[in-house]
Design a binder for this molecule. Structure first.
Ligand code: PLP
Length: 397
């Protein structure tokens, strides 16, 4: 017998302010349709379609064989933190003490921790819109005021220093930056970062969270400038990075952050209060990734670039779509307003009628409305097939 039950209310109303990532819901729908026998091309999820390189997998297996089955230090294995500092030195010519590094289960955990540590009612936190949806969700959860700043197609989706600085108030406590950006692929030029850092010099009370998880993935001669390169930020910069995108390790759940020295004790406490430590296998695999050959990173980057060079012009050739050239990550972010469909209607039509999963830009903030995110972390053949299906669909629309 079926009885109507009333869901008991959660004891803490703040949970109502938590949002989610539409990527997981769209992937679930793609899996459901595939289970019904439909051929679904997934351009929705933001994860490399490559397997983790074999030498990294082997290092993880070896760690298990060697008996690394227990807890590790909550801040991460020392040798791994040292490997991170060596990698940062190689990439950016900076010297960072391993004592400022925290190993966490995925890059996402760093934004969770940074926003928890900074957010409270009465303060403002600036974040990019369109941007990764968890920024806004976590800001709202803490009771802080989310203050979006736009990143627009006209600027190649790059952050503009004046736009950000114009939104700073005496209540601003944290500024979130993300370049190369999700969902747009926008890369912020160094000159904009220089202006931003100069503009923040008289506000040492504002912390900066720089999400650089796509830092390896830039194209067309664009360069990725890390905020780590600015010594004036050292005592208030939180650098978010990790292995997920560069080494195709999304499922290993492994990331790291560089924290200001004065914050690391609080961060470690936060980790002890939630996940204790990252599983040892993943940490040993991550060590192999950083200390081994880096060719795999470059090979994947080249493959993404080849797809990008196909996809952006192809999207511009579709009736009603217009796609700005973006030079990073693995996303294209066309406007679909010319089709007469809203972003969500377009997303639904594509998955239900064409078998192509994409993400409506509205899931990334109000400024993402009218846009749709295409991930090109799929093979060129499948991307070509997706474009041809969409073309056919829009022709008869
Ligand atoms: N930051 C951005 C901008 C992302 O797009 C993602 C994942 O999609 C993350 C952080 C989180 O990465 P991870 O899977 O390592 O938690």
């Amino acid at each position: 017998m079926k009885t109507d039950t009333v869901e008991p209310a959660l004891p803490v109303a703040a949970s109502d302010r938590l949002a989610t990532e539409s990527a997981f819901a769209v992937s679930a729908r793609a899996t459901e349709l595939a289970a019904q026998g439909r051929d679904i091309i997934n351009l929705g999820i933001g994860q490399p379609d490559f397997p983790t390189p074999p030498h990294i997998v082997e290092a993880g297996i070896q760690a298990l064989r060697d008996g690394h089955h227990g807890y590790t230090a909550p801040e991460g294995i020392k040798a791994l933190r040292e490997a991170v500092t060596a990698d940062l030195h190689r990439r950016y010519a900076v010297d960072v003490s391993p004592d400022r590094i925290a190993i966490v289960p995925g890059g996402k955990v760093t934004m969770h921790q940074a926003i928890l540590l900074c957010g409270e009612p009465g303060v403002e936190i600036l974040y990019p819109d369109p941007g990764f949806p968890i920024y806004r969700s976590m800001i709202a959860y803490t009771g802080a005021t989310p203050v979006p700043y736009p990143v627009g197609a006209a600027d190649g989706f790059a952050m503009k220093a004046n736009t950000v600085l114009g939104r700073v108030t005496d209540k601003t406590r944290l500024l979130i930056l993300n370049s190369p950006g999700n969902p747009t692929g926008g890369v912020t030029p160094k000159q904009q970062l220089d202006s931003l850092v100069a503009g923040l010099e008289n506000r040492p009370d504002i912390a900066v969270l720089s999400d650089e998880i796509y830092g390896h993935l830039v194209y067309d001669g664009a360069t990725h400038t890390s905020l780590l390169s600015y010594p004036s930020l050292a005592d208030r910069l939180i650098l978010l990075d990790g292995w997920s995108k560069a080494y195709a390790m999304t499922g290993w759940r492994l990331g790291y952050a560089v924290w200001p020295a004065a914050w690391i004790k609080a961060v470690t406490r936060l980790s002890v209060n939630s996940f204790s430590c990252v599983n040892a296998t993943a940490q040993y695999a991550g060590m192999a990734a950083l200390t081994g050959q880096q060719d795999c990173v470059e090979e994947m980057r080249r493959a993404f670039d080849e797809r990008r060079r196909y996809l952006i012009p192809a999207l511009n050739g579709l009736p009603g779509l217009s796609c700005a050239e973006s030079k990073g990550a693995f996303y294209a972010f066309p406007s679909v307003t010319g089709t007469g469909l809203s972003a969500t209607a377009f997303q639904t039509a594509l998955i239900e009628d064409c078998g192509v999963a994409t993400l409506a830009g509205s899931g990334f903030g109000a400024n993402g409305d009218g846009y749709v995110r295409f991930s090109y972390a799929n093979s060129l053949e499948r991307i070509e097939e997706a474009v041809s299906r969409i073309h056919e669909y829009l022709k008869h629309f």
